[in-house]
Design a protein around this ligand. Structure first.
Ligand SMILES: CC(C)(COP(=O)(O)OP(=O)(O)OC[C@H]1O[C@@H](n2cnc3c(N)ncnc32)[C@H](O)[C@@H]1OP(=O)(O)O)[C@@H](O)C(=O)NCCC(=O)NCCS
Length: 184
């Protein structure tokens, strides 16, 4: 890491996300994932309800958002978890440890908030050292096709990952479905 990199890092601060960050986060995700992101399985789940703002974080350099991680409550069978993502870092700030730090902050916040587990769709070589493991093949499915090797989970409460089963949906959808079933 160069001296210039160290200066960058000294200036970067990590903050809980607020609505004021939305336009910059959108621009970072657009640059990182492109318009094709809207057809991804994880986006389909995220589009079904709000993300958990209190557990989502930005990295800022002065007043500028340089990276973001979001968390969304999900359900899969009897299991409940947070889904981490998108995680994206502005190109000029990549490889400085900002992505790793955002994941660590999000996991710590999730544990403090009592979340049982965190899952995501992502690269095991990146997320493995951050505490994520591959889910057993076939244990959960997504509403659109994904490479099963990219379904990863981080367990907070023992047994919570094993409880995730079947198709993953936004937690609000599961709540509404349970409410309708209870009324029938
Ligand atoms: C992936 C991403 C979030 C990483 O953030 P970052 O702040 O640049 O990464 P960090 O500084 O925390 O970590 C850098 C290390 O991760 C590695 N890395 C980055 N992306 C990786 C990937 N997809 N798979 C495996 N390793 C990866 C780098 O090679 C580097 O390795 P090194 O420490 O051995 O040199 C960032 O590159 C990004 O925004 N990418 C585009 C969007 C994206 O792919 N998001 C993740 C969705 S799964």
């Amino acid at each position: 890491m160069s001296l210039a990199d160290l200066k960058y890092l000294a200036d970067v601060k990590y903050l809980p996300e607020t609505p004021a960050h939305d336009p910059e986060i959108e621009a970072i995700n657009d640059e990182a994932f492109g318009p094709g992101r809207f057809v991804l399985a994880a986006y389909k789940i995220r589009q079904a309800g709000p993300h958990e703002r209190a557990l989502s974080f930005v990295a800022v350099d002065g007043a500028i958002v340089v990276a973001s991680v979001r968390m969304t409550r999900i359900a899969a069978g009897a299991g409940r978890a947070l889904m981490l993502g998108p995680l994206a870092v502005q190109p000029a700030f990549k490889n400085l440890g900002i992505g790793r730090k955002l994941v660590a902050i999000a996991l710590e916040a999730a544990a403090k908030a009592g979340a049982p587990a965190v899952m995501l769709v992502g690269d095991e070589p990146y997320y493995g050292p951050l505490g994520f493991r591959r889910l057993p093949r076939g244990q959960i499915s997504m509403p659109r096709p994904v490479d099963p090797d990219r379904l990863l989970a981080h367990e907070i409460v023992p047994g919570a990952v094993a409880r995730l089963a079947g198709e993953v949906c936004h937690a609000d959808q599961a709540r509404i479905a349970a409410h309708i079933a209870a009324m029938a």
